[in-house]
Design a protein around this ligand. Sequence first.
Ligand SMILES: [Zn+2]
Length: 310
Amino acid sequence: MFGIGFDIGGTNTKIAVIDKNYTLIDRFDTPTPLKSYRYFVEKIAEIIKKLNNKYKGVKGFHLAIAGDVDWENGILRYAPNLKGWKNKKIKQDIEEITGIKISLNNDANMAGYGAYVFEFKKRYKDMVTFTLGTGVGGGIIIDGNIIRGKTTTAGEMGHMVIIENGKRCRCGNNGCVEAYCGSYGIVREFMERVGDYKNYISKYKDIRTDRIDPYLIYILAKNGDKLATDLWKDYGYKLGTAIGNVIMILNPEVVVLSGGVSRAYHFFMPSLKKRLNEYGIKTPVKNVKIYISKEKDLGVIGSACYALER
Ligand SMILES: [Zn+2]
């Protein structure tokens, strides 16, 4: 018995196969087929049919998609990273071709599910995951259940406002967590602080400086760069505000930080913890564990676990 999960992103689609013991059997990537929506549906359907023939006894196929997903009806309401597609009946369109039932969910929700099922083996029933990448997303598990909300939109941690009239977020609002803690927010902050970037960076001879991204700012901090270290400190403080708010509302046992940017935890964790300690209601803060995920691919793994369990 197998669960097969997809994680469909703006550039790549990740695919994972797990067996009934939650062992990862296969894992591969393919460029997301974005030529047109029809082309996308046909390509994904083709992969599903192939995998269904290869693995006998597939229990389910599941797609995790970066965007606003109507989970109940299998409709992608809006996906800014997938050519801005709106109201696409992905479930229906793929099932028509394959004759195989599929389901879909938001990708960050599935990263949260992956942390719950795969990484922590359902040990913690109340768990909140933050995905720290280009954007900031999240997944909420309470009492072992995914919290979805009325329109299955719950878990949009990145669009919690932490600073009124703050910086512009890609969602169109101002002052969201993502505007500070998403990759583009980090880079924007860096560029504003550094001024003449080329001149600034020229003193570091051994560092790749062709592209400014959070990884470069991480490397700068590793080299003791004051501006970069301060930036991660402020990052931790802001992320701490977001996590603190979530702790006050949900009182989770565990908060998981996943995604590429979480690798810089060494530089942002002290200020994050400092921020949490400023919250006046101490019990939930003292009792929460903050974990950095060790899994690189929680989204696709969570997607495969969901396929197996649905
Ligand atoms: Zn936003």
